[in-house]
Design a protein around this ligand. Structure first.
Ligand code: NAD
Length: 372
């Protein structure tokens, strides 16, 4: 079997789906690996390292697509890449399972698609969980960027020229990205508070030394919805959201940095930081909105831009993992390698359809989109 690693083509995408480390393991397993020249350069993995790991190098994407039985991608194929795919090929990547039009276009090529984001959040899937590996990086980088844009220190400092107070950080959404944002901000010495709808998040937030912004449940319905489904949050009733907004607004007004990560799968991001709240925030404070691609937790943030409103800097980068490309690729490539164990055996494609992880990730086959 030939496994192809084309260069990613989306603007700003610096990651690569296989590293020399994973190529070496694929080659040792009997696969022939074909890497497009330059595929790893933005992530600092040079062509020579791939060749040393056992890959053959291809001069262009067309060559990789023409020869590969299985393509390893970071992002879903673009309009330029789709015509290069054909029936009988398989593609593994972050294929955006909620993008119906994108999946239909991929299905139309006849290729079999595996969207890694659709893997269930179960213990066995942890080593191939791309949402976790990449969200972890996003949470870290969000805090580093915010610290860079803040005209203040993060830690409390006692100097000969006087004492500087520790920065106050509010993290909205304590999933994988939010928890790493909390941990990173704590390591830098900030005082951290966090909000989440899921009651299970409280203990996790507190175990990192941050304060949980508690929005009490007033009805059994609120408590039931807040439990979420499959570990994911569900939209909360308006009354709870209004109480949360009031509390979050009060906390944001005291904050130097707000890292907003709140998401509900397949839905627009909940608005947690209104323009009124931004207006009330301290001049020079910074909001990093990780939910910007899905409309943002703050309506003032703009995708892939840094904007300023009411004296507050809003950072809206949509692809923070691509700004930590070496480690983001290393972890992503290991996730991919782990997933391949479920669809490759003895050097050929052997899709284990009865496996719940495979079944969840399989999004198109035989020109059909498989709805979950
Ligand atoms: P996500 O990116 O979908 O959402 C981020 C966070 O936003 C979530 O914690 C969610 O509860 C929160 N949120 C949604 N609406 C909110 C609101 N109005 N206010 C505040 N917060 C709000 O989540 P994720 O990081 O992908 O994690 C989803 C779940 O999966 C979590 O329960 C996590 O612990 C779990 N998980 C399990 C495994 C595993 O066992 N294999 C691995 C990773 C994550």
């Amino acid at each position: 079997m030939k496994i192809g690693i084309p260069a990613e083509t989306r603007a700003g995408e610096t990651r690569v789906a296989a590293t020399p480390e994973t190529v070496k393991k694929l080659a040792a397993g009997g696969a022939q690996v074909l890497v497009q020249r330059g595929a790893g350069s933005a992530a600092r993995y040079p062509d020579e390292a791939y060749a040393a790991a056992g890959a053959a190098l291809a001069d262009g994407a067309a060559d990789v697509y023409a020869h590969a039985d299985l393509l390893l991608k970071v992002r879903a194929p673009t309009a330029d890449e789709l015509p290069l795919l054909r029936a009988g090929q398989a593609v593994v990547g972050m294929l955006d399972p909620f993008d119906a039009a994108g999946l239909a276009a991929l299905a139309a090529t006849g290729a079999t698609g595996f969207a890694l984001e659709a893997a269930p959040r179960i213990t066995r899937a942890q080593s191939l969980d791309v949402l976790s590996s990449q969200a972890n990086i996003a949470g870290y980088k969000a805090v580093i960027l915010a610290a860079d844009h803040l005209g203040r220190f993060m830690p409390m400092l006692m100097t000969a020229a006087g004492t500087v107070k520790a920065a106050r950080v509010v993290v909205l959404g304590a999933g994988v990205a939010g928890l790493q944002a909390i941990a990173t901000a704590k390591r830098l010495g900030a005082v951290v508070e966090a909000s989440d709808v899921r009651p299970a998040a409280k203990e996790q937030v507190e175990s990192l030394g941050a304060k949980f912004i508690d929005v009490p449940f007033e009805t059994d319905e609120e408590r039931e919805i807040a439990q979420g489904a499959g570990g994911y949050a569900r939209p909360m009733p308006a009354a709870w959201m209004a109480r949360q907004a009031a509390l979050v607004s009060e906390r944001c007004k005291q904050a130097d940095i707000v890292v907003a990560t709140a998401l509900i799968p397949g839905r627009p991001a909940p608005v947690l930081v209104s323009e009124d709240t931004v207006r009330g925030m301290k001049p020079g404070s910074v909001i990093v909105d990780l939910a910007v691609e899905r409309g943002g937790n703050c309506p003032l943030s703009a995708p892939d831009q840094i904007v300023e409103h009411h004296g507050v800097t809003l950072i809206g980068y949509t692809n923070l993992p691509a700004r930590v490309a070496t480690d983001a690729s290393a972890l992503y490539a290991r996730n991919v390698l782990d997933f391949l164990k479920l669809i490759v055996a003895d050097g050929s494609l052997a899709i284990r359809r009865d496996d719940e992880i495979v079944a969840a990730c399989l999004v198109c086959e035989d020109r059909n989109v498989l709805r979950k």
